[in-house]
Ligand binder design. Structure first.
Ligand code: NAG
Ligand code: NAG
Length: 645
């Protein structure tokens, strides 16, 4: 790192001198260099070759470094959860069977337990079902949740509320693939998410899961996924219903005569109607998405609704070591339930949405303790072949919302760009080629929670795999989103919109000279070893320069001004740490055309340009024939010396 800096410094001095000379030459020759006809020809060429003219790109996402110092200040390593201080669990439930553990029997002699079903009355009220005694095991039939109390041979006691997935014969018999329509993809949907994880923080805090997802499962991460409102309901309501809270019946607790959220058109109802077994798992019962500010569900919304467990388990939280449920970390209760749901309904069509908030809702770093366990869940689903017929969606509702991170521009941008990924089995990519290719082409287009809803619907009925209609605010990601889509098209209010705004920069501004010098130097350095055959390139013309910046509303947005998060307050003042610039230049000799993106770091007045951010936008034809066979990576940047036009 040090060596690099020193070398960098020395090069920077040579470089500044070089800029000086270059800038001088460039100033006196710029306008006179090209004859009139060439310029007109060039203009014609630009119009022919540029596909991504700025006018046609609806949204340029900020390039946010995963390890930006501004954010890394808040990133800390946290120790793993240690549940070993807890007594070993006497009973464990896997799938539908709760079994007294053999090893515990050996320790405490014959053990007798009572098993009491916990029956849901509504989202806030539970009651006891029947109680059964056993010295061996109990099978869940009426409920997924059971209260267990055990006594050992010398009066030692153990009790806990446990969760499994009951065997519901009726569901098992009525849910089958034959019922699912032939227009459907006929695949399971497993959506699992964490509260408050931006796309970048998923990479920072869940690196093992990210690595497994990307490299082993070949997941596809939506790089342009932008929230349309802040807060969990503002994300999950559109994902699950295709509408925003304001467009749906009023379900707010504090309003008289408001309705239960059952009145929302949840997509899991469509899955149920299509023949699927459905599940919704959400922890942190006291802050539930549909129960904290809203009235919650009257009737059970899905076949397996984990809220009942979390409400029942609330009372015994303090009984265990921190973040534990008995001898396992609490997050594993949900991960195990996902696994059990998959094995109990092995051959049934399944729609399951698990959303975990406890680790990440109030803490920026803690979610890291679930990284290994999430990776293991993914591995086991993969190894059991369960993913071969599943669309796996790993996601989050929004980024981190902690005040100190929100005080940085990158923090604000990350907040608006949650992690959202889809994973398809290998065969899918061939079998549904158009749909899959469209999906992949949408990765850097603007997308929203409303599109996720439309995509979930199209898994049940695949219709449009052509070009999407921009006048629709919800677009299935299996159709092709035009590059022109902007925040207004996608129903994103300006203060949530992370897309950068364009501001035209006059070529006479001093920064432009610096940008073009950096550009020419970067290219010439890249071909330096071939300077004997490649011409030294210089600026022939600067066609345009634009500055990209976060929009005003995003910068000044402070917080929601009302309790429901419907309107914003705009009073924040903050420093923008860096500007992004794009330029289009013509180089000589050869009249080659390039576009490039730069980052100008204001603190140390440094300009960064990565070669990957340079695109050659006209053809290079025979210009690079002297190196094209041996160094194909240099083709775009080498103008061969012996080229006589
Ligand atoms: C180049 O284009 C401009 C504007 O279209 C035109 O006025 C000019 O005559 C053209 N020059 C030549 C040399 O064709
Ligand atoms: C995965 O599913 C596809 C499509 O149903 C099938 O052709 C393939 O054999 C399956 N692969 C495995 C390993 O089961």
């Amino acid at each position: 790192m040090h060596m690099y800096n020193i070398m960098h410094l020395r090069r920077a001095f040579i470089f500044i001198f070089f800029i000086f000379i270059l800038g001088f030459i460039f100033l006196i020759t710029r306008d006179s260099f090209l004859p009139e006809e060439d310029r007109n020809l060039t203009l014609k060429k630009i119009n022919t070759f540029i596909k991504l003219d700025k006018k046609n790109v609806g949204c340029v996402q900020p390039k946010l470094s995963v390890f930006a110092p501004e954010i890394m200040k808040f990133v800390k390593h946290v120790p793993n959860i240690d549940c070993s201080k807890s007594k070993q669990d006497w009973v464990k439930c896997r799938e539908s069977v709760c079994k007294i553990q053999k090893s515990v029997k050996q320790l405490y002699g014959p053990i007798k337990c009572t098993f009491t079903d916990i029956i849901r009355v509504d989202d806030f009220k539970l009651e006891d079902g029947q109680t059964v005694s056993s010295d061996d095991s109990y099978t869940l039939i009426k409920s997924d949740v059971v209260k267990v109390s055990c006594v050992g041979s010398s009066r030692e006691k153990w009790s806990a509320t446990l969760m499994g997935i009951r065997k519901d014969k009726l569901i098992q018999e009525t849910s089958n693939w034959d019922e699912v329509s032939d227009n459907a993809l006929k695949m399971n949907v497993l959506m699992f998410g964490f509260d408050s994880i931006s796309r970048n923080s998923f990479q920072r805090k869940l690196p093992k899961s990210y690595d497994y997802l990307m490299n082993d499962l070949e997941g596809v991460v939506l790089q342009g996924y932008n929230i349309i409102g802040d807060g969990t309901p503002q994300a999950l309501i559109p994902i699950l219903t295709g509408k925003t809270e304001l467009e749906l019946p009023d379900t707010r607790k504090r309003m008289k005569n408001s309705e239960f959220v059952n009145s929302y058109p949840f997509v899991w109802n469509d899955y149920k109607d299509a023949g699927y077994v459905t599940g919704f798992f959400e922890d942190v019962a006291e802050l539930g998405t549909f129960t904290y500010r809203l009235n919650g569900f009257k009737e059970t919304p899905v076949d397996h609704y984990m809220r009942t467990y979390y409400v029942a388990a609330l009372k015994e939280r303090n009984k265990w070591p921190k973040l534990c449920a008995g001898d396992i970390p609490r997050h594993k209760v949900m991960l195990n339930a996902i696994k059990d749901f998959y094995s109990v309904y092995k051959s049934n069509p399944k729609f399951l949405f698990g959303f975990h908030g406890e680790l990440s809702h109030d803490d920026y770093n803690l979610v890291q303790v679930a990284d290994q366990d999430l990776t293991e869940l993914l591995k086991s689903l993969k190894e059991s072949n369960a993913l071969n017929n599943t669309i796996l969606i790993l996601m989050a509702d929004h980024g981190h919302r902690f005040a100190e991170i929100r005080n940085t521009i990158q923090g604000k941008q990350e907040e608006r760009l949650p992690f959202f990924s889809f994973t398809f089995p290998k065969w899918f990519k061939e079998h549904h080629k158009t749909a899959y290719n469209n999906f992949v082409s949408n990765v850097d287009k603007l997308s929203t929670p409303l599109d996720i809803y439309e995509t979930l619907k199209s898994i049940l009925n695949l219709k449009n795999t052509g070009i999407a209609d921009l006048s629709h605010r919800s677009i299935s990601l299996f159709s092709k989103i035009p590059a022109e889509r902007n925040c207004a098209d996608a129903y994103i209010e300006p203060h949530w919109c992370a897309c950068l705004e364009w501001e035209k920069v006059s070529v006479s501004e001093p920064i432009v000279e610096r940008l073009s010098a950096v550009f020419v130097k970067t290219l010439n350095d890249y071909t330096y070893d071939h300077a004997n055959v490649c011409e030294r390139l210089a600026i022939a013309d600067i066609l345009w320069v634009t500055k990209l910046k976060p929009n005003e509303k995003l910068v000044t947005f402070k917080k929601n001004a009302d309790r429901d998060g419907f309107v914003g307050e705009f009073s924040a003042k903050m420093d923008i740490k860096f500007d992004m610039y794009q330029i289009k230049v013509m180089l000589k000799p050869g009249n080659s055309l390039f576009e490039a993106s730069f980052t100008h770091h204001k603190a140390d007045d440094r300009i960064d340009l990565k070669l990957s951010d340079v695109s050659r936008i006209n053809m290079y034809g025979r210009q690079a024939r002297c190196i094209e066979d041996d160094f194909p990576n240099l083709r775009k940047y080498c103008y061969c010396k012996d080229d006589i036009p």
